[in-house]
Design a protein around this ligand. Structure first.
Ligand code: FAD
Length: 440
């Protein structure tokens, strides 16, 4: 098949729209495929590009907040989504909130008017055909990638590397765990003592179970059916099955005696290292549909977590995403097919801005390839680079999506108070992000 000398981008959501703009602005021809309104997803309501499917917030603007820092880095790349978001912002205190309809309409108008962008209103269903006919391809089809395309992606990726639901356990900072209560041990003392264990006595467990039963839960969307997902049930569903279900599941205490006192416990919550630098830990098996407020209250009852700092709360969503650590290079292309890139939420990042940022990075890499240059990914000291490190270097056997948070960054060597540390993260990140953005 003859190759068309242009880049194909599938999905004109946040990531695909951004990637198309970035490439086109550098003078590269792009074909942008979008299936809506011909075929809708279960969450989108319009045929517009870059529709915001739920909240209208792009979150904090403060660079001392992870979301604000990410936006400041994206601004260095003249992000279309961010610029247009600013144009259609509505008052929301420290946050950047968007008037979604004129925003989405404007993104479509700008893309369709660009001389380097050809807009193709069709559903892509055959991955191989697209790869064989274009120099580079970006899949940016998001959490609700169409069924036909997902099936075709499975053929080239391997079915086990494409997930349709996430099951996110809460993540806390290591330094916020009370080490006087939590103890390091692995079950039956096998292998390294990699886990922190938060022990519960009988009464503490019963109080905890009652709190889970009474906690407010988030309603499932109509299109979300978690029944097939038996291996990763939310904890409240396990509790509904009986008060001891958690004790025989993720809170199983057997083989987890206290290493110094030999004490046995009624139940144990295990904390597993989340990132390679060891600054984050997740509550193993604690995916949940409890509301965020309820999670903070209920999980603070766990011994050792009274002052836990949550960088991510638990959830279970309909979400199509690939196993980045198994499949992707840090350039966001497939190890098996170097001209095939992924961007957006399908890479395993989570959130509007995180998805858009992956569109910027995939586009930069393709531009470098078309211009016969080599470009390294951004430093992991930047928020964009830290996300890339997370989606490509996490243990692939436990990989779940992640949003931006300061816990993804390597901490400073010298001790600092929280406020100084946030400033330090922002200064270091923005300095390196500027160097990266100004390479060409
Ligand atoms: C119900 C729901 C609520 C959410 N709420 C929030 C929230 O409040 N805040 C937040 O930050 N994030 C939220 N998210 C996550 C949000 O979807 C992402 O952050 C963001 O939209 C992802 O951007 P994206 O470009 O990767 O995907 P999308 O914006 O979804 O874009 C993907 C595009 O690909 C198109 N497409 C799919 N398959 C094909 C195909 N075969 N051929 C052609 N086109 C195709 C789709 O129509 C869509 O336009 C939510 C997600 C869902 C599902």
């Amino acid at each position: 098949m003859k190759k068309i000398p242009s880049v194909a981008i599938v999905g004109a959501g946040l990531a695909g729209s951004e990637a198309a703009w970035q490439l086109a602005e550098r003078g590269h021809a792009v074909r942008l495929f979008e299936m809506r309104p011909v075929r809708m997803t279960a969450a989108h309501k319009t045929g517009e590009c870059a529709e915001l499917v739920c909240s209208n917030s792009f979150k904090s603007r403060s660079v001392e907040n992870a979301h604000g820092l990410l936006k400041a880095e994206m601004a260095l790349h003249k992000s279309l989504i961010l610029k247009t978001g600013e144009r259609f912002s509505v008052p929301a205190g420290q946050a950047l909130a968007i008037d979604r309809e004129p925003f989405a309409e404007s993104i479509g108008v700008q893309l369709k008017a660009h001389p380097k962008i050809t807009f193709c209103n069709e559903e892509v269903i055959d991955v191989s055909e697209l790869i064989n006919s274009h120099s580079h391809v970006i899949f940016a089809t998001g959490p609700l990638t169409s069924d036909a395309l997902a099936a075709s992606l499975q053929d080239i990726l391997g079915a086990q590397y494409l997930s349709f639901y996430d099951a996110i356990a809460p993540v806390i900072t290591a330094e916020s765990i009370d080490m006087d209560i939590a103890f390091r041990a692995s079950r039956y003392g096998k292998g390294e003592a990699d886990y922190f264990n938060c022990p519960m006595h009988h009464e503490q467990y019963q109080t905890f179970i009652t709190a889970v039963q009474e906690a407010e839960k988030v309603e499932l969307h109509q299109f979300e059916d978690i029944r097939p997902f038996e291996g990763c049930l939310p904890i409240e569903v396990m509790v509904e099955r009986g008060p001891d279900t958690l004790r025989f599941g993720p809170m199983k205490p057997v083989g987890l005696e206290h290493p110094e006192t030999g004490e046995r416990f009624h139940a144990v919550v295990q904390l597993r290292q989340e990132n390679s630098v060891g600054s984050l830990y997740n509550l193993v098996g604690f995916q949940t549909k409890m509301t965020w407020t309820a999670q903070k209250e209920v999980f603070a009852m766990i011994p050792g977590l009274a002052n836990a700092e949550f960088v991510r709360l638990g959830s279970v969503h309909r979400n199509t995403f690939i196993n980045g650590p198994a499949l992707l290079n840090p350039q966001l292309n497939l190890k098996s097919h170097p001209n095939v890139f992924f961007a957006g939420q399908i890479t395993g990042v989570e959130g509007y801005m995180e998805s858009t940022a992956m569109g910027i990075l995939a586009a930069r890499q393709i531009a470098a390839s078309l211009e016969n240059r080599l470009e390294s990914p951004p430093s992991p000291d930047t928020m964009m680079g830290a996300l890339i490190r997370y989606i490509t270097e996490t243990d692939p056997t436990i990989f779940q999506p992640m949003n931006s948070n300061l816990g993804l960054l390597d901490p400073p060597e010298k001790k600092m108070n929280k406020a100084d540390r946030k400033k330090w993260y922002a200064e270091r990140a923005l300095h390196k992000a500027a160097e990266y953005a100004n390479q060409v």
